[in-house]
Design a protein around this ligand. Structure first.
Ligand code: 5GP
Length: 194
């Protein structure tokens, strides 16, 4: 998605060869019109399939899951990261190890909102090691629902996430794929093909 790549080039801060900060338009302050356009793009990608639910993990996937859900005309669910009293019974859950935070946490979704009749698209902001998305994939499986595909806003293609998802037969669509980066320099996967 050209306009997304342009924004990453213009405003992305490359903190190391592995971490990209996009707080000015995606992860802290949010460009709402861009978020809606991202949702429309996922809507075009997945719109030919009988999607019933869009899934994400709180918090940074929520605006993209919502925009995608609007485009597809279905509800979205965000997995909760913290144990909450209102979600104590009847949950699907999976452990997720965060490499950026060096901690493992549980994500959970209530049995009430996901089940064997659902056809699911998972959406998230970043695909890095794939841990968060693999946790959601496990939850979809546990629920007996069908996974139609995964949509990521930014994929760091030099990390292992895509490979691990594809090994499980998951169809991955990313709107910007970073082949490599270092402070002051960023290359998208398409760059390497030209
Ligand atoms: P994972 O390693 O599980 O694929 O990434 C989990 C989460 O870590 C992503 O959803 C995203 O919120 C965060 N994350 C991973 N890499 C980056 C990065 O380079 N920049 C930012 N801003 N977040 C990241």
């Amino acid at each position: 998605m050209k306009c997304l790549e342009d924004r990453i080039r213009q405003e992305g801060e490359i903190l190391s060869d592995k971490v990209l900060k996009v707080d000015s338009f995606l992860n802290h302050q949010v460009d709402a019109e861009l978020a809606l356009e991202i949702g429309r793009e996922f809507g075009r990608i997945f719109g030919d399939q009988p999607v019933t639910k869009v899934l994400t993990v709180e918090a940074s996937g929520i605006q993209f899951a919502m925009a995608t859900a609007i485009a597809l005309g279905v509800p979205f669910i965000y997995a909760k990261k913290k144990k909450v009293a209102t979600l104590s019974e009847g949950v699907y859950s999976a452990p997720v190890h965060s490499f950026t935070r060096q901690e493992t946490y549980q994500i959970s979704i209530s049995h009430k909102y996901l089940g064997p009749r659902d056809k699911v698209v998972i959406v998230d902001d970043f695909l890095a090691t794939g841990a968060a998305l693999l946790g959601l994939v496990d939850i979809v499986k546990e629920a007996g629902a069908e996974l139609l595909g995964v949509g990521c806003v930014i994929e760091k293609s030099f990390q292992e996430g895509r490979g691990l998802l594809e090994e499980k037969g998951v169809r991955v669509h990313s709107l910007a794929r970073i082949a490599s980066m270092s402070p002051g320099e960023i290359h998208f996967v398409e760059d390497n093909l030209t």
